[in-house]
Design a protein around this ligand. Structure first.
Ligand code: ATP
Ligand code: MG
Length: 453
């Protein structure tokens, strides 16, 4: 089969151009391949450029020399070539061996044929090659699919998903990121083979899923492929169709969550916090005497569930802990009073308070219109927050103008009493009744000590 060739008018970055032409001048084929070509055709700026070549890894080494070539993934045919200070991944054309367990190819066979390398790739829109003169080689109709924003597998979806179940999640991830419509047969196979996601390692699932939830089009994908996500997060199940019968809510718990997903900025921490913020509502449900449903304590339950889901998906501790904190705190009031702003700063620190503002904003935006005034309150809270930060107020022991030793010098014995005096001083500073001034603090510390004796 011959490739469809079209030309694009795009200047590749200099190091990439040099890399491609150097390989070509040495008698090999070399192309930018995969995601970068797709992104260029979509008018997006590629994050990184992958290069595929007919040269074997040792031939790439011979062309660029030992100093510039690092054997990063040499068993898969990938080396990193540093050109003009920029590291670029260069992979030898290959055909994958048999896939034995829906996970990893058993062996890697190199080939000199671009076409064969292209045919092993997952989706037609990712199966495009670009040479340094701007020619695109398209063996699978990827350019047409890109034009009509259609996602389909290279070849039979049944086989391709059977070979590697990760492609199921990758399909949903690309659809969420780029707004592709998933072609009908590809979509049918995604549902049919969803159970094979269980065979994947948690790390690979999270790598794709975390990108998926950051996509511009994540809400329609999460909605349509709900059953697929339930395979690895079954806790989502009860949210769908769970009516709230509460004047603040116009949606069921799942639809409310999806609406909030589109309001919150696209970072992993924020999107995951929104995804899980109400996951504890179904188990917390109580019917009030007034016929209004209540979900007392649901933030705590949601936080515990988020914690166990993220542990199971082997998410890094920092991300997990921040998400758990935000889920737990999502109903904490942020009243626009300076004293409160300082208290929250002392409690969570600036970075987390700002994240909490985003979570609450998205949550409230996805409530009924009756909650609009609460958004104004959050805006006022943010103004006061900026003011508190600018004034560099003291919110922690470490920024107090005295330390433990000063208190000991006053004669206060070390132990719990000393700790509680320090805490009271900090609270009074935060509440604005005490200045963070050395003399004022020493005087007040003596007073408190006397009161306690
Ligand atoms: P991104 O811009 O998000 O990095 P990408 O398309 O470059 O998207 P990568 O995961 O970097 O995605 O993969 C690079 C290329 O390798 C893909 O475009 C695709 O051609 C191929 N590829 C990656 N994973 C698979 C897979 N599981 N099965 C088949 N081909 C794959
Ligand atoms: Mg990539």
């Amino acid at each position: 089969m011959s490739a469809e060739m079209i030309r694009v008018d795009h200047k590749l970055p200099d190091p990439i151009e040099t890399l491609l032409s150097t390989l070509r001048e040495s008698g090999y084929e070399a192309y930018v391949i995969g995601g970068a070509v797709r992104d260029l055709l979509l008018g997006k700026h590629p994050d990184d450029y992958d290069v595929a070549t007919s040269a074997l890894p040792e031939e790439v080494l011979a062309v660029f020399g030992e100093k510039s070539v690092h054997p990063t993934g040499i068993s898969h045919g990938t080396v990193t070539v540093v050109v003009g200070g920029v590291p670029v991944e260069v992979t030898t054309f290959r055909v994958d061996g048999d896939y034995m367990d829906s996970r990893h190819p058993e062996n890697v066979n190199f080939t000199r044929s671009l076409e064969k390398d292209i045919k092993r790739r997952d989706f037609t829109v990712n199966a495009l090659a670009l040479s340094e003169d701007g020619t695109i080689l398209d063996y699978c109709g990827g350019v047409d699919d890109l034009k009509s924003r259609r996602l389909r597998t290279v070849g039979d979806p049944k086989e391709r998903f059977h070979e590697d179940a990760l492609r199921i999640l990758r399909a949903l991830r690309f659809a969420s990121e780029h707004g592709f419509a998933i072609e009908e047969e590809t979509s049918r196979e995604i549902f049919a083979q969803k159970a094979s996601l269980r065979a994947l390692s948690a790390e690979r699932v999270w790598k794709e899923f975390s990108k998926l939830i950051c996509g511009t089009y994540c809400a329609p994908i999460l909605r349509k492929y709900f059953d697929v996500f339930n395979v690895f997060i079954p806790e989502l199940g009860p949210m769908k169709g769970f009516e709230q019968h509460n004047p603040h809510h116009i949606f069921d718990v799942w639809e409310h969550t999806l609406a909030a997903m589109t309001y919150v900025p696209a970072t992993v921490v924020l999107r995951a916090s929104i995804l899980f913020h109400d996951i504890g509502k179904p188990p917390c449900f109580e019917m009030g005497e007034d016929g209004v449903r209540h979900f007392r304590g649901h933030p705590k339950v949601s936080a515990a569930m988020a914690d166990s889901i993220l542990q199971r998906l082997k998410v890094d501790t920092d991300t997990r802990e921040t998400v758990v904190l935000l889920v737990k705190a999502h109903d904490v009031p942020l009243d626009p009073i300076l004293k409160n702003v300082r208290r929250r700063l002392a409690q969570y620190g600036e970075e987390k308070v700002r994240l909490l503002l985003e979570v609450k904003r998205a949550d409230i935006s996805a409530h009924s219109l009756k909650s609009a005034y609460r958004l104004e309150e959050l805006a006022k809270f943010e103004v006061l927050l900026d003011q508190a930060i600018e004034e560099q107020m003291c919110f922690s022991f470490s920024s107090m103008e005295i330390n433990g030793k000063d208190l000991i010098d006053l004669g206060i014995p070390t132990g719990t009493l000393l700790g509680s005096i320090k805490k009271q001083l900090l609270n009074e500073i935060i509440d604005g009744t005490l200045q963070n001034d050395r003399n004022a603090l020493l005087v007040r510390a003596s007073e408190i000590w006397k009161e306690r004796q």
